[in-house]
Design a protein around this ligand. Structure first.
Ligand code: ZN
Length: 389
């Protein structure tokens, strides 16, 4: 059985320190329990047949790398370049003798990549001296880059680790590592290729070229959750932006409408709850994201969405380039011309993006951590399509 190392650690009841702790909100900051509507809050976006949806099986890690599994034929081609020792270890699940690997005593700053496909797997900042004779790390470069498989060979119950992208055998993971994870990833040095921090890395060892877009559509929990599931979206993060104050907290944003005029600066504007979306423009276009956004929320509601009232719940598109501004305005104009929202006026504001402030940790991945919580938003096209299959 193959799985992400974080899941594997859980399955084997090893310390789950690799998982980001799922915080719980305080009562005062918890969202209204009344958020139960799950209907088509928004109308149908226009011109579905004209959108250039590329149904792609590509998979990305949150650190921005393409981790789409390579075909067996592609791996075999790459493996032809390996020296016999690296081939034996990565392709035949071999083990190098202890205290023999060249990377064991490497103390330079940099990244350890898969010797077969180049994916960054471990970082010098997580390396430690385990005394075992093999290079050891207490966590991967990105938990999505290293897969785990139960290994019951040689009369032992161990967890084998492999490259997520090319399935190269790397070594094993044990539960006797140092803090903060308590894990020890025990590597064969021959499965890794080291690049110093100032050394140029080849394209296969670099993150994909990404774009960023910002969306405000009411409570950020659901908007973030649904964007995170879009094909080509690398990460979706909840936060605050477009307000007049620096470093806002959730409490500040909730109370901004009640702030007395005497305390407001001239031209004061409150923050909006915003989702920052980082995406691969080769897999999904900004227009496709706009389409999903207008299916998720109701852009005709002024300063509210469903049961949530307040300027922080306003509808907004905050653009990072002139091209995005043009695209956003054109999309809204099309929605209005087609009377998508039954003639009701679209109040979505379109402004150049100001500084984005990330929301508190407990707001990130909130619906993933709290699946029983309801959400007011409609299903975007990528989920509607998945359900229809
Ligand atoms: Zn690999």
């Amino acid at each position: 059985m193959r799985m992400n190392t974080a899941l594997l650690v859980l399955a084997l009841a090893l310390p789950a320190a690799l998982l980001v702790s799922a915080g719980r909100p305080d009562d005062e900051t918890a969202k209204a329990e009344t958020r139960k509507q799950d209907g088509d809050a928004a109308g149908k976006a226009p011109s579905e047949d004209q959108t250039t949806v590329t149904e792609s099986p590509k998979k990305f890690s949150r650190s921005g790398y393409d981790i789409t599994p390579l075909s067996r034929a592609a791996v075999e081609e790459l493996a032809k370049k390996l020296d016999p020792e690296a081939y034996r270890i990565t392709q035949k699940s071999g083990t190098e003798p202890a205290f023999c690997g060249t990377l064991l005593d490497n103390k330079k700053d940099g990244v350890y990549c898969c010797v077969v496909c180049g994916l960054p797997l471990f970082s010098s900042s997580h390396k430690f001296n385990s005394g075992t004779g093999w290079p050891s790390f207490f966590q991967p470069f990105d938990v999505a880059h290293v897969a785990g498989k139960q290994d019951n060979s040689h009369g032992m119950r161990r967890v084998e680790i492999a490259c997520e992208r090319c399935d190269a055998h790397l070594g094993h993971v044990f539960d006797d590592g140092p803090k903060p994870t308590g894990l020890r990833f025990c590597l064969n040095g021959a499965a890794l290729k080291f690049y110093g921090k100032d050394e140029a890395r080849p394209a296969e060892s670099m993150p994909v070229a990404t774009e960023t877009a910002y969306f405000a559509g009411g409570c950020f929990w659901g908007i973030e959750h649904y964007f995170q599931q879009a094909p080509g979206v690398i990460s979706a993060e909840s936060g605050y932006m477009q307000g007049s104050t620096d470093n806002p907290t959730y409490k500040d944003v909730c109370g901004q409408d009640e702030m007395p005029a005497s305390k407001r600066s001239e031209g004061f504007k409150g923050h909006a709850e915003v989702v920052k979306v980082v995406f691969d423009p080769k897999t999904i276009s900004y227009r496709d994201l706009l389409r999903g956004f207008f299916e998720m929320h109701d852009p005709t509601q002024l300063n509210r969405q469903g049961p949530d009232y307040g300027t922080q719940y306003r509808s907004g598109l905050y653009t990072v380039s002139d091209a995005q501004t043009v695209e956003a305005r054109a999309f809204v104009a099309t929605l209005a011309a087609e009377s998508t929202f039954k003639g009701r006026t679209i109040v979505t504001e379109i402004e150049p993006a100001k500084r984005f402030y990330s929301a508190e940790t407990y707001h990130q991945d909130y619906l993933e951590k709290n699946p029983d919580r309801g959400c007011h938003i409609g299903k975007p096209w990528w989920l509607a399509k998945a359900r229809a299959k």
